[in-house]
Write a protein that binds this ligand. Structure first.
Ligand SMILES: [Zn+2]
Length: 374
């Protein structure tokens, strides 16, 4: 990993400055990506923008900037801005004449053109302290993580996006990284409403295809970074959401808490009757003994009661049953202390038995174990 400190005058950065909604923001005649497409954009307010320009005009130092070497164009390196976006934008927008600044010594606010020639030159000659970093993906990621701890405050997926750049990422962001874009409209009822700007949905889609964990996601992004598009990722996302929508079409808040790719992989190849499933879901939502409602969707497919967190008998129900039995285990007929016994549904919950005193029986530990092993 090579990290060099450079002093770069503002006039080089603002050369050929372009700011368009479509293509993002760039400077240095296209060689500096100030805001890559679809990346989150913090906006400085006017006071913050003015403060940057006053700092520049007075010749005071600004904090360092971080640029990452992203490639090459015409024999010259190209860069992506990792930190310093808003300060750079403030300077460029000012030089473009898009806002004015005030100063107690001036009778009126001035934009760039109404500054004295001397002041204009001060702005253009001002040197930014830029760390340029160049290295392998692994090295960059490690370095970004370290400087992130020191103050950059990027989310994990934003860091990965800064490392695994290429045509695949550009295309993936097209689907997943902005509100009102395909993936959000498509899956909004079936995924948690995350922070789009911090790349949460892109991260979710990656988990759905690559599995959980930073390593799995990085491996996938690295393997695919030079793919010409991210259709595989988009198709996986759509397949999972399509299946979830067809199987459980009724929109409820619990839908967003379900692990859909897991259910799709385990149960997606079977045919399900959405009407019957909906009937079961509705009954279970109304069942007070089901304490984990989001587990209902998995339960109606798998039949595994554990995902529902069936309500346990409380102390008064246990005491009632214990006294009713005179402390005798109903299976082995031996006497035990209450602390040695387990509460059990007489009629199992799956056969309609409720978690209530009348349906409670006390079993000794051994009998209880034997029963649950059946
Ligand atoms: Zn027993």
């Amino acid at each position: 990993m090579q990290i060099d400190l450079h002093r770069i005058p503002v006039r080089e950065v603002v050369a050929g400055y372009l700011n368009t909604e479509e293509d993002g923001v760039s400077g240095m005649n296209g060689r500096l990506d100030i805001r890559p497409k679809y990346q989150r954009l913090f906006r400085y307010n006017v006071e913050q923008q003015q403060a940057v320009l006053r700092t520049v005009l007075k010749g005071f130092p600004l904090n360092v900037f971080y640029w990452s070497v992203s490639g090459e164009s015409g024999g010259e390196p190209t860069y992506e801005m990792l930190d310093g976006q808003q300060r750079t934008l403030s300077i460029c927008e000012f030089v473009e004449g898009n806002f004015s600044i005030t100063d107690p010594a001036w009778p009126f606010p001035k934009n760039f053109d109404s500054l004295s020639a001397d002041d204009r030159n001060k702005v253009l000659a001002y040197q930014l302290m830029v760390y340029k970093c160049r290295g392998t993906e692994d090295e960059k990621l490690e370095w970004f993580q370290v400087i992130n701890i020191a103050g950059l405050k990027l989310e994990a997926q934003e860091l990965r996006n800064a490392v695994y750049t290429g045509p695949w990422l550009t295309d993936a962001k097209r689907y997943f990284s902005r509100e009102n874009q395909a993936a959000h409209k498509y899956g909004k009822d079936y995924v948690k409403p995350g922070d789009v700007k911090a790349q949460a949905l892109l991260e979710k889609a990656l988990v759905w295809i690559a599995g959980r964990g930073d390593d799995a996601i990085c491996r996938y992004m690295n393997d695919h970074r030079n793919d010409q598009n991210a259709l595989e990722l988009w198709k996986r996302f759509r397949d999972v959401v399509d299946w979830a929508k067809a199987t459980f079409p009724k929109v409820r808040p619990q839908l967003s808490q379900v692990n859909w790719p897991d259910l799709y992989d385990r149960f997606g190849s079977r045919t399900w009757n959405a009407g019957e499933l909906e009937q079961r879901v509705r009954e279970l939502l109304a069942d007070v003994d089901v304490t984990k409602k989001a587990g209902i969707y998995e339960y109606v497919l798998s039949g595994d009661e554990r995902v529902l967190n069936i309500r346990a008998f409380d102390d008064s129900m246990r005491t009632e049953a214990y006294e009713r039995q005179n402390g005798i285990c109903v299976k082995c007929q031996e006497h035990f202390e209450i602390g040695e016994m387990h509460a059990d549904h007489i009629t199992p919950w799956s056969l309609g038995g409720k978690t209530e005193g009348a349906n409670c029986q006390m079993l000794c530990a051994d009998c209880n174990r034997r029963k649950s092993n059946i």
